[in-house]
Write a protein that binds this ligand. Structure first.
Ligand code: ASP
Length: 370
């Protein structure tokens, strides 16, 4: 790469998703191996062929971007197998995090190409797993495959490469539909439009319009002098329990049963449950007493949990933690991360309440995580 010293270097980790899918024999969109790199090499908006970067190293050169002084050289790392993100699991988050750790010193930033269905889970999980992250990690994908004329994949990829290569944003973020979002605040809000993601409880980190506008005051500070460490161990015995009218006690009991260690309770409104059903409260209390960590998050798209009503305050009495304004997705992945720590249950609960990566507005400022 010696001829390309002036370029910013970005590693693109391609995990699968619509962005690289094509219709299979049944007409359903499916992943296709080794097609994206071939396409990128022939696509002038994504690669300058005349620069003759070594194809065998899977390197591509982004054309100059007006307004940006840096040039971006990127390397495509295609996963085998490529996955519809509905098939992704905690082991896939670990693989991505460990690849970023392995390649950390060689690149200025990282782009993760991902399906949209579980993109918010992966972005949230990576935000927790990558401790002391000092470089951008941008998760993106598309609603329309990149091979199609009307694709949103091309602009999402270009915007992500620019952020990963040219901006000092030391966080896991999501780029989608001209928005830059904090990864662990992101939720998929639409499966039919190109505006698939939003962060209803947190302002946008930036926007891509005529110019790229980054809200610098919101960007998390770069950790000084500390090395990246990857929390590769996760406790995946976590569950999400959505409260519904007349819900069965059996369902609640099984969601709280061994081997489950942590539960995201998706409650109504500002954190309420049917408090007139004493059996539900007893089941929750028993689980907390057994050491299960239960975090209360609202089912609403935005807003936060607070003990305003008796129907919610009852959860404080049994030891359920307030998830404040965390998304249920962030709470789920944070539980998977925190529950794997070799610390006391009390310490894990403090960590769940503490703002680790910008994922939560702390309800209780007296949280002690030391
Ligand atoms: N099912 C696809 C996936 O999550 C949807 C997408 O990428 O838009 O991989």
């Amino acid at each position: 790469m010696s001829d390309y010293k002036v370029f910013k270097k970005v590693l693109v980790i391609y995990t699968g998703g619509t962005i690289g899918m094509k219709p299979n024999d049944q007409g359903a969109l499916d992943t296709v191996e080794n097609a994206l790199g071939v396409f990128l090499r022939t696509e002038p908006s994504l690669h300058v062929a005349s620069l003759q970067v070594p194809a065998e190293e899977n390197l591509f050169a982004l054309p100059p971007v007006k307004g940006e002084s840096g040039r971006v050289l990127y390397k495509l790392m295609e996963y085998d197998p490529l996955l519809d993100s509905s098939n992704m699991a905690g082991s896939d988050w670990k693989r991505i995090a460990e690849d970023i750790e392995r390649m950390y010193d060689l690149f200025d930033g990282f782009v993760v190409l991902h399906g949209t269905d579980t993109l918010a889970y992966t972005a949230s999980a990576l935000s927790f797993m990558l401790d002391n992250l000092a470089k951008p990690v941008v998760v993106t994908g598309s609603q329309i495959p990149i091979y199609e004329t009307r694709t949103d994949g091309r602009i999402n990829l270009v915007s992500s490469l620019i952020i990963a290569g040219c901006y000092n944003i030391p966080e896991v973020c999501v780029v989608f539909a001209n928005k830059l979002l904090r990864g662990n605040r992101t939720v998929k809000v639409n499966c039919n439009t190109l505006e698939a993601f939003d962060s209803p409880n947190a302002p946008l980190l930036g926007t891509f319009n005529n110019v790229i506008n980054i809200n610098s005051s919101l960007i998390r500070p770069r950790p000084s002098g500390k090395l990246l460490t990857v929390g590769g161990v996760l406790e995946m015995n976590v569950a999400t329990l959505k409260i519904t009218p007349d819900m069965s006690l059996d369902l609640i009991e099984s969601a709280l049963a061994e081997p489950i260690k942590g539960v995201v309770l998706e409650s109504y409104g500002s954190g309420n449950i049917p408090s007139n059903r004493k059996e539900i409260i007893d089941l929750l209390r028993n689980a907390v007493d057994r050491g299960v960590i239960i975090v209360n998050c609202t089912q609403c798209l935005s807003g936060s949990v607070a003990s305003i009503y008796d129907a919610g305050a009852v959860l404080d009495d049994v030891g359920v933690l307030s998830g404040s304004d965390m998304t249920s997705v962030a709470a789920y992945t944070k539980l998977a991360y925190v529950l794997a720590f070799d610390v006391s249950n009390h310490h894990k609960k403090e960590l769940m309440k503490y703002n680790l990566r910008g994922e939560i507005t702390m309800a209780d400022m007296n949280v002690n995580v030391l």
